[in-house]
Design a protein around this ligand. Sequence first.
Ligand SMILES: Nc1ncnc2c1ncn2[C@@H]1O[C@H](COP(=O)(O)OP(=O)(O)OP(=O)(O)O)[C@@H](O)[C@H]1O
Ligand SMILES: [Mg+2]
Length: 431
Amino acid sequence: MTKIWRSLLPGCYGSGRTAGSKQAKKFMAKQISIPRLSFSDLSNSTGMLSPEDLSISLVGSNLHVFTLAELKAATQSFSSSNFLGEGGFGPVYKGFVDDKVKPGLKAQAVAVKVLDLEGSQGHKEWLTEVVFLGQLRHSHLVKLIGYCCEDEHRLLVYEFMTRGSLENHLFKRYFASLPWSTRLKIAIGAAKGLAFLHDIEKPVIYRDFKASNILLDSDYEVKLSDFGLAKDGPEGDDTHVSTRIMGTQGYAAPEYILTGHLTVKSDVYGFGVVLLELLTGRRSVDKKRPIREQNLVEWARPCLNDPRKLNRLMDPGLCGQYSEQGAQKAAAVAYKCLSHHPKSRPQMSAIVEILEPLLDLKDMPIAPFVYVVPAEDGCKDESTKSEAKKNGHHHHHLHGHRHKVRSPKAAKEGGNPQHRTSPEYHKQNGA
Ligand SMILES: Nc1ncnc2c1ncn2[C@@H]1O[C@H](COP(=O)(O)OP(=O)(O)OP(=O)(O)O)[C@@H](O)[C@H]1O
Ligand SMILES: [Mg+2]
């Protein structure tokens, strides 16, 4: 058995460095007949992953195995000028690879995520990411190009997503407000990514659906990233998976926080929260707002299903430039996703079908294009006016490099605005 794993995750044994090798190709061929490995296939009986697990692997994943030196070279020694941001796993750097790094490797920009050896995540999250993303390929999932596993170092190499995360675009002051059509496109892309995960033969529960894990390419196409918390769905007659409470405050479904029971409907709840963020331009949890408005779902729920009240919720940054019918239908979807009863929440594939036609609705108010200086309540800060381009994108970068969100130091000092939760999360929050 170990022998098989050894050949499948070659880097961890210091052999067979490229997935383009003959050996890897042989396993690629086998992939056709071998089903996706579930994560449980890879854990030992205690659920803990031993160093031996490094050999565990990925049939035909075609992942590249990098050395630390190669990734250092690709990122200018992880220089601060290449720094993109930092989450619970560790810092992320922009890099560049080509066939000089690895024969057969396409010349491309990459994002290199480095495990913070002193952080709360570790080998398990790294391995989960490699196992899931190494096997799952879809136009709405970020592509894992390879990994590095050298001594205690754990790194992940992804395709570079030009526009970074949805979180930055929705909530950071240096980005102009996203137009309605782009918000819809993002909601649909994200819904398709989740629908894919839920509808495959061995369904996957994503578990950490949130704005910072929705990455955007140059055309605002969505790719979901971060499978470090993903779980295989229930098997056989089981209705749910029982697990430690992990996720992010504000996005996790209430029944999951209370019971630890995880189903695909927990992801649907998370989708409802992000849809609400897209409609309102507000964070799922915002401690800077008045107490009654701090929890987005609680604040918005009473207005979501009432067309007369909906405009109170809509993002002022949209300046009224949205399809009213579209907003009502999207709000109704969010309302259902946020139901307290998991069974009442729709399937992701049904959500895709409801949202896609909303792109064709033409009931947008005709108004002059208002250039909005991005701010908390966008419309109050309008400064320049010019003619609107119908349904066009009006993105302006006011200052700063788009991806230099924070310096690594600032990131460490300031922390993430929304933290992944530990098992203690529900205790801390009194749930
Ligand atoms: N493939 C990528 N291309 C471009 N930027 C990326 C890529 N992956 C991550 N980033 C950027 O790196 C930053 C950190 O991402 P990361 O996923 O590590 O943390 P997070 O999502 O903010 O938090 P969490 O750890 O809770 O998921 C984000 O701001 C994101 O924009
Ligand atoms: Mg993330």
